[in-house]
Design a protein around this ligand. Structure first.
Ligand SMILES: O=C(O)CCC(=O)C(=O)O
Ligand SMILES: [Fe+2]
Length: 524
């Protein structure tokens, strides 16, 4: 049956005044109940839980509350949803998230949007101030988000100057756990670092969740797995006095080591001989010096590649999880558990002859025999000359200019070092940029394996960006047996994009839903 048509004024053809004004936003009357308010206030104060019909307050892992049937009128919520879906949405994607966000809602004049804004930052804010016993300001901070298939917002704490309470109003179709998109809450350790998801809240039509923003309020929007459903929400923050924040936790440094003593025979066994030709190396070096990055395809000899790749895919390597989730999430190999060919590949990348090869390919000074032509640029003026100053090595010979003259800001002089990791990347894995990320000069090496059929839409690529800018400088896509070398300065940061569910669904037929990389950093 067609919906009943709106009655227009027969004379003017316009809608009646009442209709034009539209419905008012009214919050659930249960919230005004004195007993409810008192129960909430006491529970919040004592960090206990409280349940009363539509209200569920819980203080584990941090204080949060879910209110179902938040707005009194269903038809208001429907009209609000329709109005929001008419807005212009912008795709947002970075290390932390992928979703769509509406234009700013602070100034929007649409009826239902202005109604909800004034009820949230008016009546509801006053109610909340009362219940939480915190002075919440009238500052309006609200936006609309749309999460669809593979969209996600990874682990974060919401802490930003002034934010005291976060809220989210869900405008979603009937939602199930298998649709993904839950609001996951993390437990934390003694350093206020997130550990694991201990509670997941299912988004629910016309329900509002709020929680206190604090040093431990780590949460995420799990990836949306449903291919049809749209997770629409209005979210924002009430501003007020911030809770005290402990000083930022600094992770213990990962120990670097100098090269291991292995001779050239290792190179001849493992590396595609093309890359061992000094003339070819000189060409690579020239290109690297111009762009600070290069990809060397078919890097390992075919037979070695096959051995290592199949060992990675089939052996009983112990893959440990690496966290914490506000910084990273992926598998890394316990090197004690790897088969000998994998161990050898690792040794290759750590070996003295490989340091020399890298020096020749990049012009960086990764071995004392590989030369800095212009010693006068080395302001500290020590050790290099004592070590022979770049002359007289056949491998390094001739081609070795230094790629970068600003060596004074690099690590304290000492022998070149490296640190490496063998990683496994699968659905749900990622790394994030974070404030305690090391700002350094380094040569990054990545050697990917087992990524046949991988598509950039799956995520898993390494993105280099300029510090303090969103500008993307370079993207390294996983490519089998391609050696990616990137020289990173202290203003360059990198992250690995979250691997989404399309990787599992599209690759499951090939029985390979993960890929691997040897990831090494070398320091001059
Ligand atoms: O949509 C949600 O459930 C949470 C959103 C959120 O955490 C945020 O926008 O910071
Ligand atoms: Fe958040």
């Amino acid at each position: 049956m067609p919906a009943k048509k709106r009655q227009n004024d027969p004379e003017t053809g316009k809608r009646s005044k009442k209709e034009k004004r539209g419905e008012l936003a009214v919050i659930n009357s249960d919230l005004r109940d004195d007993a409810v308010q008192k129960g909430m206030r006491d529970a919040w104060q004592r960090k206990e839980s409280y349940t009363n019909g539509k209200i569920h307050l819980d203080c584990e892992p941090f204080p949060h509350c879910q209110i179902t049937h938040f707005l009194q009128s269903e038809s208001f919520v429907e009209s609000l949803q329709a109005e929001l879906l008419q807005l212009n949405f912008n795709s947002k994607s970075n290390d932390l998230y992928k979703f769509q966000q509406s234009d700013d809602l602070r100034e929007r004049k649409e009826h239902h949007i202005s109604q909800i804004r004034s009820v949230i930052f008016g009546e509801f804010r006053i109610w909340l101030s009362e219940v939480l016993q915190v002075d919440l300001e009238a500052t309006v901070d609200i936006s609309c988000a749309k999460y669809e298939h593979t969209d996600v917002l990874l682990c974060h704490d919401d802490e930003l100057e002034g934010r005291r309470v976060a809220f989210i109003l869900y405008l979603v179709p009937p939602w199930e756990v298998k649709d993904g998109g839950t609001l996951d809450l993390f437990s934390t350790d003694e350093h206020c670092q997130p550990v694991s998801v201990v509670k997941s809240l299912l988004p629910c039509w016309n329900s509002l969740v709020f929680f206190e923003v604090s040093p431990v309020s780590f949460h995420q929007v799990a990836e949306v797995l449903s291919e049809e459903k749209c997770r629409l929400s209005l979210s924002g923050w009430f501003h007020g006095p911030s809770l005290p924040r402990p000083s930022r936790y600094i992770e213990p440094p990962v120990p670097c080591h100098i090269h291991i003593p292995r001779d050239e025979s290792l190179l001849f066994e493992w590396v595609n001989e093309m890359y061992l030709d000094p003339r070819y190396q000189a060409r690579v070096q020239q290109e690297f010096e111009e762009s600070s990055e290069i990809c060397l395809p078919s890097f390992l000899q075919e037979e070695k590649l096959r051995q290592v790749r199949s060992a990675l895919q089939s052996s009983e390597i112990q893959w440990e999880r690496k966290g914490p989730p506000n910084k990273r999430c992926y598998g890394y190999a316990d090197m004690q558990s790897v088969p000998s060919c994998v161990q050898e590949c690792w040794e290759l990348l750590s070996s003295e002859s490989f340091f020399i090869l890298l020096s020749n390919l990049t012009g960086l000074r990764l071995h004392y025999l590989c030369g800095d032509e212009d010693e006068s640029e080395n302001k500290e003026g020590k050790s290099e000359t004592e070590n022979g100053g770049g002359e007289g090595n056949t491998q390094a010979g001739g081609s070795g200019t230094n790629a970068d003259a600003s060596s004074t800001e690099k690590k304290e002089k000492g022998p070149p070092t490296c640190v490496g990791e063998l990683r496994r990347w699968a659905h749900g894995d990622y790394t994030l940029l974070h404030d305690s990320v090391k700002r350094e000069y380094a040569l990054d090496l990545q050697l990917h394996m087992g990524c046949a059929g991988w598509k950039s839409d799956f995520g898993g690529f390494t993105s280099y960006i300029a510090h303090d800018e969103d500008e993307e400088l370079l993207t390294v896509y996983p490519e089998d047996n391609s050696l990616a070398l990137v020289y990173r300065d202290k203003d360059t940061l990198k992250f690995i994009k979250h691997i989404n569910n399309s990787s599992s669904s599209q690759l499951s037929s090939q029985n390979t839903t993960a890929f691997y990389d040897f990831c090494f950093n070398y320091y001059e």
